[in-house]
Design a protein around this ligand. Structure first.
Ligand code: AP5
Ligand code: MG
Length: 190
């Protein structure tokens, strides 16, 4: 199995590249942000709980998101592997993911970390915000999301560095150039 984590700050291209990687390597693409937005769109009880966190640019509590991902993985048919987009986002989520993988008799193969200049991140998200309808694409919420990333999410890379699973990728440039860099890294572990 090939299990990839695509990591990086808001706007770094996790979704854009995650879809392409899933297609090329035949992986299931799991975006926790997309799972949460689906809950909100369909007005589930759970959606009403998480909406406030997303609108404020804060993380949904660990126990909640771990529970959602766990039940999603339980229902996922066995395939060639998974690309995780937007998860883990804290050290505790990283630890839980390792446990979930071992329950499913598999493990994380690699974490690819998209490094993108800060101004480029802000520009990309604000541009998308003009049409996306995403409540967290407003400039003030983008600033908050970037802060949350620095303080709560970035520390999780240490967990993967210690296990020799970490690869930094230059996430600036065209979608195709970045995709080629990602594939080069993934090909070393597949
Ligand atoms: P989530 O949906 O994961 O959002 P995010 O990580 O904040 O970032 P984005 O999805 O906006 O960016 P991306 O890196 O996917 O980039 P994209 O490809 O879209 O999370 C949303 C919220 O849900 C969180 O704030 C939190 O509240 C909650 N949540 C989710 N997971 C959670 C978890 N595990 N724990 C707790 N809470 C959680 O690209 C961005 C834009 O740039 C697009 O318009 C794209 O077309 C464009 N673009 C992409 N690549 C390029 C390029 N090379 N050049 C120019 N433009 C580009
Ligand atoms: Mg995304």
């Amino acid at each position: 199995m090939l299990n990839v984590i695509i990591f990086g700050p808001p706007g770094s291209g996790k979704g854009t590249q995650g879809i392409k990687i899933a297609e090329k390597y035949g992986l299931a693409h799991v975006s926790t942000g997309d799972l949460l937005r689906k809950e909100i769109e369909t007005n589930t009880h759970f959606g009403t709980i998480v909406k406030g966190f997303i609108d404020r640019g804060e993380l949904v509590p660990d126990a909640t998101i771990i529970g959602i991902l766990d039940s999603f993985l339980d229902k996922l048919p066995v395939g060639k592997g998974i690309i995780f987009d937007g998860f883990p986002r804290t050290v505790d989520q990283a630890k839980s993911l390792s446990e979930m993988m071992s329950t499913h008799k598999t493990e994380i193969s690699i974490l690819v970390d998209l490094n993108v200049d800060k101004q480029e991140l802000v520009d990309r998200i604000c541009k998308r915000g003009e049409t996306s309808g995403r409540t967290d694409d407003k400039p003030e919420t983008v600033t908050k999301r970037l802060e949350v990333y620095e303080n709560q999410t970035k520390p999780a890379v240490e967990y993967y560095k210690q296990r020799n699973l970490y690869t930094a990728i230059n996430g600036n440039g065209t979608v195709d150039d970045i995709f080629a860099r990602l594939c080069e890294a993934i090909d070393t572990v597949k």
